[in-house]
Write a protein that binds this ligand. Structure first.
Ligand SMILES: [Zn+2]
Length: 342
C-alpha cells in the first residue's frame, strides 16, 4: 500500500511538473541568459521584445545594450541585427542605430565623423573623399560649405523658397532677372537713398535706434544691387585689378547677396568701407547685430569657406533665430545652411 502511494504521488508530481507551463524566464535561461538577467528581461521588456530574443541566439552583450541609457526598446531587433553584422561596441551600436546612420561602410573614421557636430549623413561619401584635411571637424565644416568643389563649379540656382534664409554664394546663384518683390526706399537719414528689402530695412531701423541710444551711428552704404549693377561693378574691378583679385572681394553678377535685397554694407556716416574696422560702431555691430537678425557674412579667418576676404561692413539679414545660432556657434552662413536649412 505504502509503495503504491509513493508511486501514485510521484506520478502526480511528475505530470504536474510537466504540465506547468514553461515561463519566459525558463526559455531565456535555456538560451543561456542567467537567472538574474532572464528575470530582468522578463520584468522590463515587452512581450514582443522577449519573443524576439527567444527566436535569436544568445547575445553576450544584451545586458549592456538594454541597460544603456540611450537604449530604445523599439529598436531592439535593429541593435541585434547591426551587432551581428558589424560587431560594434555597444555605445557605437546604440548611437548608429538611434541616429539611423545606416551604411555598409563603417570604420573608425566613419564613426568619428558621425559623432561630430554638424555631421550630415547625406554628405558621408563626400567627407570620405575629401582628403585636404585630416581632422574630422574640419572635414565636416569644409564639405558642408561645399568647398570640396572649386568656387564657381557645380553651381546651382539657389532655392528661392528659403525666404530670408536664401543662400547666395559661389555655388548658389540668382537668375539675371531676379528682383526681390518687396523693396522699399531708404530714407537718407539711414544711408544712401537706394532700395532694400522691407523686413531687412525695418530690422535695420530698430538696430539703428538702439545704436543711436549709445551715440553710435550706422549708415547704409550699399544695399540692394540689381544684376546689372553688379555686372558693371564686377567688370570694373576685373578691368583694374584682374579677375583673380576681383574674385576675392567682388561677387560675379548673379552671385552677389546684394541682389537679394537682404544684404547691406554698413559704416558710419563719416567712414568709408575700408576704414570701418576699428570704429565703435563696427565693434558694437559684431556683438549685437544678431539680436536684430543680422550676421557678419564674411568673417575673419573664414575666407576659405565663404570665398571672400574679411568684410567688416557686410551684414546680411537672416532672421533673429538663425542669426543667434550663427553668432553663438561661430558658424558661417554656409555651415548653418547646410545643417539647419537644406
Ligand atoms: Zn557687401
Amino acid at each position: 500500500m505504502k509503495k503504491i502511494c509513493i508511486i501514485f504521488i510521484s506520478i502526480i508530481l511528475l505530470t504536474g511538473c510537466n504540465l506547468r507551463k514553461e515561463t519566459n524566464i525558463d526559455k531565456l535561461k535555456k538560451i543561456g541568459y542567467d537567472e538574474k538577467l532572464s528575470t530582468y528581461i522578463n520584468n522590463n521588456l515587452k512581450e514582443d521584445s522577449i519573443n524576439y530574443l527567444l527566436t535569436h541566439d544568445f547575445v553576450s552583450s544584451i545586458e549592456e545594450i538594454i541597460k544603456n541609457k540611450d537604449f530604445k526598446e523599439e529598436k531592439l531587433s535593429k541593435y541585434i541585427e547591426y551587432l551581428d553584422k558589424y560587431n560594434f561596441n555597444v555605445d557605437d551600436l546604440i548611437f548608429v542605430v538611434n541616429k539611423e546612420y545606416y551604411t555598409d561602410n563603417y570604420s573608425e573614421k566613419v564613426i568619428k565623423l558621425m559623432k561630430e557636430d554638424y555631421f550630415i549623413f547625406d554628405n558621408l561619401d563626400r567627407y570620405l573623399k575629401y582628403t585636404k584635411k585630416e581632422n574630422t571637424k574640419d572635414i565636416i565644416r569644409d564639405v558642408n560649405s561645399d568647398i570640396d568643389n572649386k568656387f564657381y563649379t557645380n553651381v546651382k540656382n539657389t532655392d528661392l523658397s528659403k525666404g530670408y534664409l536664401i543662400l547666395v554664394n559661389k555655388f548658389n546663384k540668382l537668375d539675371s532677372n531676379y528682383t526681390p518683390s518687396n523693396l522699399v526706399n531708404i530714407d537718407k537719414k539711414y544711408g544712401n537713398p537706394l532700395q532694400i528689402e522691407k523686413t531687412t530695412y525695418e530690422q535695420f531701423i530698430k538696430m539703428y535706434n538702439d545704436a543711436a541710444k549709445k551715440n553710435l551711428y550706422l549708415y547704409i552704404r550699399s544695399p540692394y544691387r540689381s544684376y546689372n549693377t553688379q555686372l558693371s561693378l564686377y567688370n570694373n574691378y576685373v578691368a583694374t585689378d584682374g579677375k583673380i583679385n576681383a574674385d576675392t572681394y567682388s561677387a560675379r553678377a548673379g552671385y552677389s547677396e546684394h541682389q537679394t535685397g537682404l544684404a547691406m554694407d554698413l559704416t558710419t556716416p563719416k567712414t568709408l568701407l575700408g576704414k570701418f574696422e576699428g570704429t565703435k560702431e563696427c565693434d558694437w555691430l559684431k556683438n549685437n547685430a544678431h539680436k536684430y537678425g543680422f550676421i557678419l557674412r564674411y568673417p575673419k579667418g573664414k575666407e576659405y569657406l565663404t570665398g571672400y576676404m574679411y568684410e567688416s561692413w557686410h551684414y546680411r539679414y537672416v532672421g533673429i533665430e538663425a542669426a543667434t545660432t550663427i553668432y553663438e556657434n561661430d558658424l558661417t552662413f554656409e555651415e548653418y545652411y547646410a545643417y539647419y536649412v537644406k
